[in-house]
Ligand binder design. Sequence first.
Ligand code: SF4
Ligand code: SF4
Length: 428
Amino acid sequence: MKKLNSIKVPHNKNTKDCMIEKIPLPPFVKIPMLMNMGSPCNPIVKIKDTISVGQKIGDSDALFSVPVYSSVSGTVKAISDYRISDGSLCKAVEIECDNLQNISDSVKPSEINSREDFVKAVRESGLSGLGGAGFPTHIKLNPKNKINTLIVNGAECEPYITSDYRIMIEHADEIIEGLNFISKMLDIPNVIIGIEKNKPEAIKLFSEKLQNINNINVISLPSLYPQGAEKVLIYTSLGKIVQEGKLPSDYGIIVINVSTVYYLNVYFKTGMPLINRVVTVDGDTVKKAGNYLVPIGTSFDYILGYAQCEKDKINKLIAGGMMMGITVYDINQPVSKINNAILAMNKINIPKEIACIRCGRCMNACPVNLMPMEIERAYKKKNTEMLLKYKVNLCINCGCCTYICPSKRKLAETNQLAKLLISSIKKK
Ligand code: SF4
Ligand code: SF4
């Protein structure tokens, strides 16, 4: 099997046997109007409105936007400003729950008789990629080119996170049903489900269920990080390199996260849009680590309370995984569509940086063949010409370079700052 540069990281999949558990309803939710790559929605409800579960509360005419729905029934208490992780602001709708969970009349399966109906329904599902990138699913599933292969990303290579794994184990039939429907609607002849070989139960389960289905195959991926990165997954599965400036669809390929397929199938069958998600909660301050089904908009604080976290011992709170997650500074932050994990850590090793020894390990670890040490030098000089020459924009922020560096340089973080520098200059 072919592979790009990658590294071995400890798996720490402590919650792999924790079945998905629905948490009790929180007293209120705060639902951001931007939870995907692209444009924010505008709230379409107002203060004091009575809201039901699955009711649309935000939408936009922008192509790269995805509607937002309420995860609870209750009353709108506020429409506030909310700062997202890149520092920009969007609106958030704050709803006090009435504990009735009345379902909106709008929740009913769509009639899908054509490809246009299908793409419209995918947008109305409220789904954007649940693996973390948040790419609008209706854009991904409406490619210009003919698609020959749909790759389902079941790698879940990030340490600690097991939410995709639990969905695969507990909802395999629904995932297969969703795949059959998507491949039929887009006329895709070949479907591959890629699962890392550190998840043998999931590989066995899908292999057995797919015995008599010819067009869907399971492949066992190496347990290396970042196996779930789109370009890495495509190369491992098909041996194809997605060149700079190209999309997977230019090669007749779509990659979709396994949980996204599951939730799409829920929408096709029931009409219930994305209103909750499975979040792995773990870390050495959490006594009841697990995989929790939480309404979108629930605060980290409430979820950590349910997971019996010793909150006063948290030294680092992370939304997502150890490698690609984002440090959270406000424990009241709400869960968004793209949060697949919350890690609340006490013992965390943040080593002191020392000078680069020019060993080249960061370069050898980079799955997209960048030179992180040179990017760092260029960034220090604020030399955007060199940053472009070193193609910092191709960085997928996997963190392999930072992890492997013996001098503990904060290379991945520097790359993010370098990208922001370039985009700020382009905007001028
Ligand atoms: S791995 Fe660290 S020390 Fe080695 S070349 Fe890269 S930045 Fe320098
Ligand atoms: S964070 Fe960027 S530069 Fe570093 S290894 Fe990953 S892709 Fe390469």
